[in-house]
Design a protein around this ligand. Structure first.
Ligand SMILES: [Mg+2]
Length: 104
């Protein structure tokens, strides 16, 4: 049996972080430009890389920054999906995730 507990735990951290973020920023991530969101992703990724590079001990802040990266990635994922749906007249096919995560 494949162990996915760490994914469940990580998802829980993302939900906590989103609950913190939402009262301040609301759904602005749904309407901002894609460029803004990609810049935010790079900013968060840079933060976690710089933190990890200067930190050899296990560190809660590094873990927290990783959740930031994942949360922005999830926002980008949702926006890309919406943009794809908007581009297709007939909507997404039922099986649109087939092969999306296959090994290349
Ligand atoms: Mg951050």
């Amino acid at each position: 049996m494949m162990d996915t507990d760490f994914i469940d735990e990580f998802k829980g951290m993302m939900e906590l972080k989103y609950a913190e973020h939402h009262p301040k920023k609301g759904d602005s991530w749904k309407d901002c430009s894609m460029g803004f969101l990609w810049d935010k992703f790079l900013e968060e990724a840079r933060e976690v890389c710089e933190r990890a590079a200067s930190q050899y001990e296990p560190d809660k802040d590094t873990m927290s920054e990783l959740v930031d990266v994942a949360l922005v990635a999830a926002m980008l994922w949702a926006r890309e999906k919406k943009n794809l749906i908007d581009r297709l007249d007939e909507g997404l096919p039922q099986n649109f995730t087939d092969g999306l995560y296959a090994k290349r």
